[in-house]
Ligand binder design. Structure first.
Ligand code: 13P
Ligand code: SF4
Length: 300
């Protein structure tokens, strides 16, 4: 395959662009990025990025968050079809209806959601800060959209009443408890880390539950040398690179997100050449969605 790194470096300079990549991107894309992180870190980076052009190597909701937080910048999504089925599980009209059915409840939306859904929400959260965000709310009742597994995980750490939406991530929701048990037999002594989008019986059987960035911190600090990773396969690249001498096993071969894998070095080069496809959020939606995102970021 043609090495595009030289051309991409030159294009980045010419355009004044930075490449932000999610931890699930394929290794060749992560290697091209100026910054690689989880959803929370990417949102924080986009909010303060100095560059006029942001290439978001991830999925649409991540590029939308960057466009909402930095409306003056050009935000490019290398593959316009890179979506997220979890984000598609809720739309603004159904959320408004649910909100009316639960008067007085705070609406918390996971960042894996559209700009329109964020605009209908009081505050956003990511898997990295969901417990903290819900805990900071004065309301006793919380309508949590769209991930029921993350909602259930948060409910374990709060005495608030959580009304969970019925969405789930097709990649994480199909992990089974038996796969954790098999991995423990196969890799005795290994620590099992899983994402809170996994089903409750899987998170209950794990040694650590957290966002992709939290897993990286856990693996760095833990004394164990062997880990089982219950999240999308792309995270193994950073885990291995940042922890020489430690071994990481993917919990299940099904942990591959086809949307995250749509981005390639070729598509990044093309979007930098053409300054397209650009992600734009209508001003009125963006203003309201920004309040929900900024309220989350203010919590640190
Ligand atoms: P993180 O917030 O942990 O980066 O996860 C994003 C995501 O899409 C999980 O499937
Ligand atoms: Fe969406 Fe799941 Fe893919 Fe994350 S892993 S982008 S939640 S489909």
């Amino acid at each position: 395959m043609k090495d595009l790194s030289g051309e991409i470096r030159a294009l980045k300079q010419e355009r004044g662009a930075v490449i932000l990549a999610h931890n699930y991107q394929q290794p060749a894309v992560q290697e091209l990025a100026d910054y690689v992180g989880d959803s929370l870190a990417l949102a924080r980076y986009a909010a303060r990025a100095g560059a006029p052009v942001i290439v978001l190597a991830g999925v649409r909701f991540m590029a939308e968050s960057a466009a909402i937080l930095a409306p003056e910048k050009t935000v490019l999504l290398p593959d316009p079809e890179a979506g997220c089925p979890l984000a598609d599980a809720v739309d603004a009209v159904s959320l408004r209806r649910a909100r009316d059915a639960h008067p007085g409840a705070a609406v918390v939306c996971y960042v894996n959601s559209s700009a329109e859904v964020k605009a209908e929400s009081d505050v956003c959260c990511t898997s990295g800060n969901a417990v903290r965000v819900v805990g900071s709310l004065p309301e006793r009742r919380v309508l949590f959209v769209p991930d029921r597994n993350l909602a259930g995980y948060v409910a374990r750490f709060t005495d608030k009443e959580i009304v969970a939406w019925e969405g789930s991530c097709p990649v994480h929701a199909r992990v089974r408890r038996e796969e954790v048990e098999q991995a423990r037999r196969r890799y005795p002594g290994a620590l099992v880390m899983v994402h809170p989008e996994c089903p409750p019986e899987v998170t209950a059987a794990a040694d650590f539950v957290g966002s992709t960035e939290a897993m990286l911190r856990f693996a760095r600090k833990a004394e164990a040398a062997d880990f089982v990773v219950g999240t999308e396969a792309g995270l193994l690249h950073r885990l291995e690179r940042e922890n020489p001498g430690k071994t990481f096993h993917l919990l299940s071969p099904t942990l591959v997100c086809p949307d995250m894998k749509r981005t390639t070095p070729e598509k990044i080069a093309r979007c930098l050449r053409q300054l397209a496809p650009r992600v734009r959020v209508p001003e009125a939606v963006g203003r309201r969605a920004r309040q929900a995102l900024e309220r989350m970021l203010e919590l640190g």
